[in-house]
Design a protein around this ligand. Structure first.
Ligand code: FE2
Length: 153
């Protein structure tokens, strides 16, 4: 996130925000579900609870950066109101080199960033949504709304 922010010529405070988003978004990833549930709204699948719970905790701690909080809340699903920070965090999460699945495909997508934002964002959305469909899993409306926003922009 830091490198992308710098390459895109974002200002110093933006680089700090993007870096913070990268460091913080999975801060509660290993927390017990019982600790996360009270922090998140209902309707979140268990594997994703860490995201809204992290944003809620940051809000409790005084963070008022709504774009940052939205990006963290929806970093695994996408959200139609994402700005650049949210979009890049969503892509960074999927394209994390530490993950093993689809390694060649994801490396190729990483190499196109940060320049080819819209096309890569659609590819990441397509991978994530079709994987959920293939597994008969819940697709949150926010994911489809982001897809629809990007394909019609
Ligand atoms: Fe996450």
């Amino acid at each position: 996130m830091s490198e992308w922010a710098m390459t895109l010529g974002r200002g110093a405070s933006e680089i700090v925000r993007w870096t913070a988003a990268g460091h913080l978004h999975d801060a509660l990833k290993d927390a017990p579900v019982a600790d996360l549930e009270p922090l998140a709204d209902s309707g979140w699948p268990e594997p994703l609870l860490h995201a809204p719970a992290c944003a809620a905790r940051l809000r409790e701690d005084g963070v008022r950066d709504e774009e940052l909080l939205l990006g963290i809340t929806y970093h695994s699903t996408g959200h139609p109101e994402f700005g650049l920070l949210g979009e890049y965090l969503y892509m960074a999460d999927f394209l994390d080199p530490g993950r093993r699945f689809l390694a060649p495909e994801r490396e190729a997508l990483r190499e196109r960033l940060p320049g080819d934002r819209e096309a890569v964002l659609l590819e990441v959305l397509r991978h994530r949504i079709t994987s959920l469909l293939d597994h008969g899993a819940l697709v949150l409306p926010a994911s489809l709304l982001l897809w629809n926003r990007v394909v019609t922009s």
